[in-house]
Design a protein. Structure first.
Length: 345
């Protein structure tokens, strides 16, 4: 019997993240237990465990969410305890009231749940006295601070390499798509090969989205990160490269689609087609070059010259009447690709 995907991640969290969570939880338990020896430091341990996140910025967000939730939940529990005493059903009432308060103030799901959990724990584990409530708030803040300090001190994660990898993969696949279209243009194609061209070029969109998500994750990992200064320039360069490649992705998909829609066996006889195919190969070369210059490719292609290949715009004589739509569409998309690669508007 396979474990359902709903309870399993696609990959394991880094072991370092587990170690940091365990260290923060143990430290919070020991320190809070020393400050408040009369109570088990459950609030501190939970706070530290939740606050240790994949990035320092996420830790700060979780710390704010946890602190506000605990304070609101403790206040609700104390208020209900003072008003209604300590019957068993007051725990259920506190949960309902906490959820309604979170809804009224449009709290995030995490904050809303934290309000209800804190109110329940205060009433179930302790008392509703103001002194007890204050101690639990301080205990939570201890756990929050320890979680942030541990996450920021023990090798804070910097997600630059995944961004570099995904942008490099996108650049190489984009160049390969340009080469495939260049190879296909002058030669007759079977319907199966035309379908294959479309399927391959459509992979560029999810690859572009993956690169964009990786860069965003990298940028987020540098926020409030002590190591950000040595990596910020790399991510800026990755973002600039992706901004250059994204329009070329759109144009390449459009060119392949136009070729697919308007294909006939005589298109290779057009004099312009050979010239367009050569320009596409040059564009593929310049895409690879741009990726290598940005150091987004961990494995540089020795066959890629360091000299840009798109040295001049393509100029052709008018095509025959039955092909002018396709030729015109290809030339316009090629003009836009050239504009991105040589920084022309």
């Amino acid at each position: 019997m396979r474990i359902p995907a709903a309870i399993r991640a696609s990959q394991r969290s880094p072991l370092l993240q587990v170690v940091k969570s365990a260290a923060a939880t143990i430290a919070a338990w020991l320190i809070a237990g020393w400050v408040f020896p009369a109570q088990l430091p459950v609030f501190a341990a939970i706070a530290a465990l939740l606050v240790v996140q994949p990035s320092v910025n996420q830790s700060l967000s979780k710390a704010l969410e946890r602190s506000i939730g605990v304070i609101a939940g403790v206040v609700i529990a104390v208020a209900l305890g003072l008003l209604l005493g300590s019957p068993s059903w007051i725990v259920l009432l506190a949960i309902v009231v906490a959820m309604l308060v979170a809804w009224i103030f449009r709290a995030s799901p995490g904050t809303g749940n934290q309000v209800a959990i804190s109110a329940m724990l205060v009433l179930a584990l302790g008392s509703s006295s103001p002194e007890y409530a204050f101690a639990r708030i301080v205990e939570t803040l201890i756990g929050v601070v320890i979680g942030i300090v541990v996450n920021a001190s023990i090798v804070p994660p910097v997600l630059v390499e995944p961004a570099r990898r995904d942008v490099g993969l996108l650049g190489r696949e984009l160049a390969a798509s340009l080469d495939r279209l260049a190879d296909a243009l002058p030669e007759p194609q079977t319907p199966a090969r035309l379908q294959e061209l479309m399927l391959e070029v459509r992979l560029l969109r999810p690859m572009k989205d993956a690169a964009d998500a990786s860069i965003a994750a990298g940028e987020e990992s540098l926020t409030l990160n002590p190591r950000r200064s040595t990596h910020r320039a790399d991510l800026r360069e990755m973002r600039a490269l992706l901004d250059r490649l994204s329009p070329i992705v759109t144009q390449t998909i459009g060119m392949t689609r136009a070729y697919f829609d308007h294909y006939d066996d005589t298109i290779g006889e057009e004099p312009a087609v050979v010239a367009i195919a050569e320009q596409l190969r040059r564009a593929g070369h310049d895409v690879r070059l741009a990726v290598q210059i940005a150091e987004a490719s961990p494995e540089p292609d020795d066959m890629t010259s360091a000299i840009p290949a798109l040295t001049a715009p393509l100029v052709n004589r008018p095509p025959s009447s039955q092909h002018w739509i396709l030729i015109g569409s290809l030339m316009e998309d090629l003009r836009r690709i050239r504009g991105e690669l040589v920084d022309e508007d």
